[in-house]
Design a protein around this ligand. Structure first.
Ligand code: CDP
Ligand code: MG
Length: 826
């Protein structure tokens, strides 16, 4: 080493350059997650370091001045000065120089995200400290991190990856000179894993805190504890609503600042006004028949549940719509709200309102708030066949959701030409994190898909539920950006009056497993004590369930310490169960299909089920699983078929024929590559290996690894004459989602199904299941390392007894005997 250094002094300079910036290849795509950045040699010569910093800072200043002096730069500055945030610029910079923490609130679109971090950057550069500053701004969603960084780079006359970059899970654009980085909250949390004091970071900006996402609440606890150890670090919290006081008091009375914004008035119309204005009459019975046709219920149980629901809907709709005087209609509880269900009833109504706007209203873009990606797609399909709304010379229909491609994203912000009206169908992400300037009309279905968590039964629920009053106001506000606007709320005013004021923080309504793992890997001490320090701490029972789950899968030992498996799991940016599958896939040498399964489960299902061709789509999917009884293996086969078709340039046709989304398959493909790099980095895959075995020969092994990952998600299977009874320990009787390959078979020749997820809707439904045999459950279900084989048996014993299969214990003892014999022989 000494010889090397003395021969090549210039090399030292180069490595120092790297040490200033954690990543050195300008503008490149980063495949890792910010966890495994290679340690760079540090140069201790502070004089050299100081000189280089000065030189860099000077370069940055010259570049910034050149841009601001150019005609394009002037025009951009002029626009930026017109934003409400600009008036507060000096006050803001003063407050952050005097205080460690500040909470800023301001209406969406006033310039918090794009301007405030940029003001810090510019002022540091002007002061000649540009190269020394390092600003991180977190966003709850990937798409906003990407689109905002692109916008800020453009405002600075640069390409992405120069002074402004972004980093989201498994992807990013960040260069040697990147001083302002937009990243998802998860990425910053992962960085904290390896860099607990955020060494070198000068400012952390946490955006959209009003959303009260789980990661943001978690990050706030960590930062709150870090601040005393990093007195030079500045923390800026940004919120779109006025509840800044809550955060300010959490940070010991940190100063707050409000950016007064100007928006035009927006007229709110509720269902009763809409029906009057548009002359539309809802016939509840027709609507309900539409709803009935959409779902092909297969099991008697499902049919029963449906009929019950149908009558509930019918009576609620009758009450709400047939009663002439809406004000006379009062809602007794929030419960009764959930019977009234605009997302399934409302497609016709939305279509009607949209054609009313296109026909009769002044020009201006329309923003429609829907519950989720599936709804958006089905509505888009429906509208495309409409004579007026489907006519591309009149209407430009766009979808906007978290996982769309970036070209699609750009169209959303552009103004269509030639009097074409832009209609954007969006999820609640368009409430605050994305601003579409030319929106004049908002259509609000009143619901959002929200995860909630039933701690008593340890079951996550995903239901379209009513939004809060704050969210409804926010949605309405999106119509008044450029001129007075109109908002169509597709529910009666009395329903609005019954909305909760604010949405419950995510920490209180989701399972906490990944979070608990992270707390342990960040060495933050006892999980329950740590979480008790949150802004609004979660229920002790939820915490207990999560810890117990981590113990069952072997990520934590009995004393709540991280196991070797737990440590590896915390390094993988997927849920613990999926991480466990990856790790075991690597160990058992069947990584290729397992990577497909995990990628599929973490992206989304590539099988598309259009409402009107559901049967065709289901049989297309069933073809991939003729003898497997596994949604997971069907996914693997579909993916492998697509890869082959792609190689012959027939990928698109293949997808079309088989009801697959080529966009999703492409995302799965790229995620698989990322997993492979990651596993190489952690040392689970040999660095030289390139390809790995395919599914065919080792299908049993793949099934076993899937079981190992998904346990304790297991249900027993009892084939009856005309139906199949499924049962889990916590929920008793459960049902399969209609699109499962196991949902349409007469018999399942496996005694158990492991499942990826169960969701409580009206009953508990299992999503994505795989049939497994007794021996696979015995050997791969659970955590052999906990209490050895005997402890394992004891735990499984509970299951076996519950499912009345005590004879399995004998099988187990035999297998165990054989195994021990085998071990002795070896
Ligand atoms: O964060 P906040 O909601 O306060 O506003 P912002 O995202 O910083 O956006 C401020 C303004 O920048 C918006 O009102 C838009 O006029 C503009 N902007 C844009 O033109 N294109 C983007 N991709 C983002 C923002
Ligand atoms: Mg913002």
């Amino acid at each position: 080493l000494r010889a090397h250094l003395s021969q090549k002094p210039t090399k030292r300079l180069g490595s120092f350059d790297d040490s200033l910036h954690r990543s050195s290849d300008a503008g490149s795509i980063h495949t890792n997650d910010g966890i495994y950045e290679k340690p760079v040699p540090r140069i201790h010569n502070s004089v050299v370091k100081e000189k280089i910093l000065q030189r860099r800072s000077l370069e940055l200043r010259n570049k910034q001045e050149d841009w601001q002096g150019s005609p394009d730069g002037q025009r951009m500055l002029e626009f930026r000065r017109s934003l409400p945030a600009f008036k507060e610029k000096d006050a803001f910079l003063k407050v952050i120089s005097d205080n460690q923490v500040i909470v800023v609130s301001g209406e969406t679109g006033c310039g918090k995200t794009t301007q405030l971090p940029q003001y810090i950057l510019e002022s540091e550069i002007e002061a000649g400290r540009g190269a020394g500053c390092n600003i991180i701004c977190t966003q709850p969603r990937r798409i906003s991190a990407m689109s905002v960084s692109e916008r800020v780079a453009a405002e600075r006359g640069e390409k992405l990856g120069e002074s402004v970059g972004y980093k989201v899970r498994l992807e990013g654009m960040k260069g040697r000179d990147t001083r302002l980085l937009f990243c998802t909250t998860g990425v910053l949390l992962r960085r904290l894993l390896v860099d607990r004091t955020l060494n070198g970071v000068t400012h952390v900006v946490v955006d959209e805190i009003h959303e009260r996402g789980m990661n943001e609440d978690f990050l706030l606890i960590v930062l709150k504890e870090l601040l005393p150890r990093r007195p030079d670090l500045r923390l800026i919290l940004m919120s779109a609503t006025l509840n800044a006081e809550l955060f300010s008091s959490y940070f010991d009375g940190a100063p707050t600042m409000h950016i007064p914004g100007f928006t035009y008035p927006v007229r709110a119309r509720f269902l009763e006004d809409i029906l009057e204005v548009t002359g539309y009459r809802l016939n509840p019975y027709n609507q309900i028949d539409d709803y009935g046709q959409e779902k092909t219920w297969k099991m008697q149980k499902q049919a029963l549940a449906f009929r019950k629901r149908k009558s509930q809907i019918a009576s609620a709709v009758e009450d709400a719509l047939e009663v002439a005087d809406f004000n006379g209609y009062s809602l007794r509880t929030r419960e009764s709200l959930s019977c009234w269900c605009p997302d399934s009833l409302g497609f016709n109504l939305i279509e009607h309102v949209l054609s009313h706007i296109v026909k009769n209203e002044r020009p201006g873009a329309v923003l429609v708030f829907m519950t989720g990606w599936d709804d958006i797609n089905s509505l888009k399909d429906k509208l495309q066949t409409h004579p007026l709304l489907g006519d591309p010379s009149r209407v430009l229909l766009l979808a906007c959701h978290g996982s769309m491609a970036s070209t699609e994203q750009r169209l959303i912000f552009e103004n269509p030409e030639g009097g074409v009206r832009k209609i954007v169908l969006a999820t609640n992400m368009a409430e605050t994190s994305i601003t579409i300037n030319d929106v004049v009309f908002v259509v609000d279905c009143g619901k959002a898909k929200e995860t909630s968590y039933d701690a008593l039964n340890n079951t996550p629920c995903l239901l379209p539920s009513w939004i809060s009053k704050a969210a409804a106001r926010q949605r309405r506000g999106r119509a008044g950006r450029v001129q007075p606007g109109e908002c169509y709320h597709l529910y009666p005013r009395c329903v609005y009056d019954a909305f909760a004021d604010y949405q419950l923080p995510e920490l209180l309504r989701t399972p906490l497993q990944s979070l608990c793992l992270q707390i342990k890997s960040l060495q933050l001490g006892s999980i329950s004590e740590f979480l008790a320090r949150a802004l609004q701490p979660p229920e002790p029972l939820s915490v207990q369930n999560a810890v117990e789950y981590l113990k069952i899968i072997g990520a934590l030992d009995d004393n709540e310490n991280l196991t070797v498996l737990g440590r590896k799991l915390s390094m993988l940016p997927v849920e613990p169960k999926l991480g466990k599958m990856l790790i075991l896939g690597a160990i058992f040498n069947c990584l290729d299909p397992i990577m497909t399964v995990v990628a599929g489960l973490s992206v989304r299902d590539p099988f598309v089920m259009p409402a009107d061709k559901k049967d065709l789509a289901e049989s297309a999917k069933a073809q991939f699983s003729a003898r497997d009884y596994s949604d997971h293996l069907a996914l693997v086969r579909a993916y492998e078929g697509w890869k082959e078709a792609e190689a012959q340039q027939a990928g698109y046709e293949y997808c079309w024929r088989n009801f697959l989304s080529s966009q999703t398959l492409r995302a799965i493909d790229s995620l698989r590559k990322q997993f492979f790099y990651l596993l190489k980095d952690i040392g689970l895959v040999d660095h030289n290996s390139e390809t790995y075995s395919r599914l065919s020969p080792e299908e049993h092994l793949v099934r076993a690894v899937i079981c190992a990952g998904l346990f304790p998600g297991v249900s027993s299977v009892v084939n009856k004459d005309k139906s199949i009874a499924l049962k889990t320990m916590e929920d008793g009787q459960v049902l399969l989602y209609g699109n499962s390959v196991n949902g349409s078979v007469p018999k399942i020749p496996y005694p158990w199904l492991v499942f990826n997820e169960k969701v409580k809707v009206n009953a508990v439904f299992l999503r994505d299941s795989t049939g497994i045999s007794d021996s696979v459950l015995l050997l791969f279900g659970g955590n052999v390392s906990r209490g050895g084989l005997d402890g394992h048996l004891k735990m499984l014993g509970g299951y076996l007894e519950f499912f009345m299969k005590p004879e399995l214990a004998n099988t187990y003892l035999r297998l165990k005997g054989e195994l021990e014999e085998l071990i002795q022989k070896k």
